[in-house]
Design a protein around this ligand. Structure first.
Ligand SMILES: Nc1ncnc2c1ncn2[C@@H]1O[C@H](COP(=O)(O)OS(=O)(=O)O)[C@@H](OP(=O)(O)O)[C@H]1O
Length: 345
């Protein structure tokens, strides 16, 4: 029998209020979420004076994400063959989505990689986000694809994920690079809306207090790490920096874990390298869809695909943070991880 991952407390009651049209949340659900959110602790966010993050089950969120999480907790039906691509934002999600998608679909595009959907669709379109794209209606999933991504912390995952015993791949990254990546991501969005971006120093203070969308970062990592210690066969951990250093090793390991191991014939034909090259930062970021395309156009979550590609480098924080800031964040995270068996470096 498949082991059931340990189940955290989910506090939202199950609803039976039906769906809105085409995956929209029902009015009853939205009302219920808003009522719950209005009772939650809140702190000023990263996007100006009237911007707030709310704390739910120990983590901070913008309301639109939180409504999606609550909805996903109520509605999402995982299947045992699903593979969940999990991460905190800015840790390498886009890269991991591309790699897992390329691995899982490689036989369909075997002889000519020029037919891969990754050439014409953004990685975020290829692998949907559970709490955004599938939150209200998981029936609009592409059932042939067993990949679903999420930033939801382990403690708040929909119960069906834990009950189904499906596999989870988790990526994490040096928190200093995560912070810098997040700051640029938020600042660029604000500038594009003619708003004054939050200063790097102000954002850094918030990040160090754990106040960031889906934060505290260290608690996010620790939640999945503890689950991995308990269920090593169900959860795979990948570190961005390590995968950068030896992508070939990790792509093979990922494929094996996902249940799509490369055959020796495929290896001889260079399939591992094909997958790696297809998902390289330089390749993806130069595609028309990722340079000029828009994700979720004409919705409140519309975003330019190019914002998901900045530098794709290890250690870029050194160009943005002082050595003192770097040491402070390292110290905070090392304290939080101490005793867990997980090491920053
Ligand atoms: N293919 C590929 N290879 C390596 N690195 C990549 C790739 N695609 C995106 N990136 C870099 O990942 C950072 C964005 O993180 P996420 O993808 O987790 O962002 S998000 O959570 O999906 O919004 C962000 O990092 P920074 O460059 O440091 O900001 C992206 O540039």
């Amino acid at each position: 029998m498949e082991p059931c991952l340990s189940s955290p407390q989910i506090h939202l009651p199950k609803t039976n209020d039906g769906e809105g049209k085409s995956g929209e949340p029902s009015a009853v659900h939205v009302k219920k979420c808003k009522e719950i959110i209005s009772t939650l602790p809140r702190k000023k966010g990263w996007k100006g004076s009237s911007d707030y993050l709310h704390q739910y089950q120990g983590f901070w969120y913008y309301d639109s994400f939180l409504e999606g999480i609550m909805s996903a907790q109520d509605h999402f039906q995982a299947r045992s063959q699903d593979i969940i691509v999990a991460s905190c934002p800015k840790t390498g999600t886009t890269w991991l989505k591309a790699l897992t998608f390329a691995i899982a679909t490689r036989t369909s595009f075997d002889d000519s990689t020029c037919t891969s959907p990754l050439l014409t669709k953004a990685p975020h379109e290829c692998v949907p986000f559970l709490e955004i794209d599938l939150a209200n209606d998981s029936s609009n999933r592409n059932m042939e694809l067993n990949l679903v991504a999420t930033h939801i912390p382990y403690v708040s995952l929909p119960h069906s994920i834990l009950a189904s015993g499906c596999k989870i791949v988790y990526i994490w990254r040096d928190p200093k690079d995560v912070f810098v990546s997040m700051w640029y991501f938020v600042a660029k969005q604000m500038i594009s809306k003619d708003s004054e971006p939050i200063s790097l120093e102000e954002a850094f203070e918030l990040f160090c207090q754990g106040i960031v969308n889906y934060g505290p970062y260290w608690d996010h990592v620790l939640g999945f790490w503890r689950a991995r210690v308990e269920f090593p066969e169900k959860i795979m951990f990948v570190k961005y920096e390590e995968m950068m250093k030896d992508t070939c090793f990790y792509v093979k390991k990922l494929a094996e874990f996902m249940g799509y191991p490369f055959t020796s014939e495929e290896e001889e034909r260079g399939m591992v390298e094909n997958v790696i090259n297809m998902c390289k930062f330089e390749k993806l970021s130069n595609l028309e869809v990722n340079k000029n395309g828009m994700h979720r156009p004409n919705t409140s979550l519309e975003i330019e695909n190019n914002l998901y590609f900045r530098k794709g480098k290890v250690g870029d924080w050194e160009n943005e943070l002082t050595a003192e800031m770097g040491a402070r964040l390292d110290w905070i995270v090392e304290q939080k991880l101490s005793g867990s068996g997980l090491k920053l470096m």
